[in-house]
Design a protein around this ligand. Sequence first.
Ligand code: NAP
Length: 474
Amino acid sequence: MKHQIDGHTKLLGVIGDPIEHTLSPVIHNTLNEILGRNCVYVPFHVKETGLRSAVLGAFDLNVFGMNVTVPHKNAVMDVLQEVDEVAKAIGAVNTLVRSENGYKGYNTDMEGLQRALHSDGISLKNRTVVLLGAGGAAKAVAYMCIQEQAKAVYILNRTLEKAKAIAASMNEWFHCNVMQAMTLEEAGSLPQEPWIVFQCTSLGLPPHTDAVVIDDGMFYQNVEIGVDLIYNPAETRFMHLVKEAGGRAYNGLKMLLYQGIIAYELWNEVSVTEQQAETVYDRLYETLHGTGDNLVLIGFMGCGKTTIGRELERQYGYAFLDTDAYIERRLGKSISRVFEEDGESYFRELETAVLQEMIRTASHCVIATGGGMPMRRENIRLLRELGHVCYLTVSEQGVWERLKDSHDRPLLECEDPRARIRDLLNEREPVYRQAAHVIVQTENRKPEEIAEIIYQNRTGCESNESISSERTKY
Ligand code: NAP
C-alpha cells in the first residue's frame, strides 16, 4: 500500500558525503511500502563542517531516524545523546534512533553481516577466519568474528599499523588473544587449514573491477568460504578466484540489506520477516543490475507461453526463445528424457545456467520459460534481470482441457494427472505472482489480444506496483 505525503508523514533519512549513490532509500522505502507505513526515507548531502548542525537540526525537525554513512560514522558519535556499547567498541555509528532528548547511535553493519551469514547457513564458531583490509568496515567484521566465537582471526592489511590497532582493541574489548595482525605479504605463513575469508578492502570497486588484494592462486586453495563486502559488481575478482579454487563465495549485498533492515526494526519496533527481506533484496538487486529489454513469459504448463510468445514475435518483432527448446537443443534430447535419465534437480540447474547465459546474450527477445522455472529462488531474480516478467494465468480446468491428451509433460505422467495439476498450481501460483511484473489473465482471450496487453504494458516494470503482492493485473 502506498501513502500520499500528508500531515502525518514521518521522515527518515541518511547523511553522508557523497550521498548520491546510496541504496538505502531503496531498502527503507520498499519496507515502508510493504508494511504500509506513512513514512519517507530521503538522502541528505551533509559536509563535515555541517555535521553537528545537521544532526541537531534533524532532531528539531522531528526526523525520527537516520542512517549515517562515510565519512561521518565516527565523528557523529560526538553529537549524540548516547552511543550503544557495540558501536562504541567498533568506533562507528551508522544508525541514529530518536530518544527523548537526542539520538542514540547504533552500529547495524556488524549485526547485518551476522544475519547475512546466518541466512546462508555460515557459522564462524571454532573456525579460522582471515580478514583482508583494516578500514572502517573491517572493524565491524572483526567484532562479529570474535562474538561469533571464531577460533582465530588474522587481519591482513597493506598498512600494518591499522591492522595492529584493530587487533589490539578487539583483544582488549573481549579480554582474549584471538586476533593477530599481519601484512598482506605474510599470507603464506597462515595456518594451512580451511579458512573463512572476509574481503574488506575497497579493491574491486568500479571502475577497477579486475583489482584484487591477493592475486596468488595458492592463497585461494585454503579458502572454503569467501565473503566480499563489495556488492557491485555482483561477482568480484576475489569471488571468482574463490570459486575457481573450489570454494563458496558471497558478495556484500545481504550485509547491506540486513544492516538496513535492523535499522528499520530499531526505528519502527517491528520485526521484518524473511519473506519481506527477500522482496527488499530483489528490489535492491534490480536497482543495481537493471531489467533487460526482453519480455519473459512465465506460468503453468498449458497457459499459452509458446503461442503468445510467437504472437509477440509476429506482431512486434521480438525474437522468440524457449528455455525448454534451448535445453533440448543443447543436450540433444527431450526434456522428458532429461527428467528420466538425469533427474529433476539436474534439469533445474540447467534452467539457471540458461537464464544466466540469456542475461548476457538476449536482447529484444520474448522468452517462454519452463513452468517450474521460478520455483528456484535464484531464478526469480534472474528472470526479472532478464526482462519484463509477465505471468500468464490459467485455471485448473483450462490446463486440463489443453493438456489432457498430451504425452510430453513428464510431471503429469502419474496415476491422477488432474490432482497433480491442482497440487502443482496451488504450490506455484504464489511464486508466479511474486516473480511477475504484470499478471495477465489468458482464458477467453485471443492470443493477439493478450500479446497487445503485454506489449502495451511492457515498460511498467519499474513501477512500484511490481514489488508487493499487488501486481499490475490485466
Ligand atoms: P576504508 O575505511 O576506506 O578502508 C579501505 C581498506 O582497503 C583499507 O584496509 C585499505 O588499506 C584497503 N586498500 C585500499 N586500497 C588498497 C590497495 N590498493 N591495496 C591494498 N589495500 C588497499 O573503507 P571501508 O569503509 O572499510 O570499506 C571497505 C569496503 O567495504 C568498501 O568496498 C565498501 O564498499 C565495503 N562495505 C560494504 C558494506 C556492505 O554493507 N556490504 C558496508 C561497509 C563497507 P590501507 O589501510 O593500507 O589504506
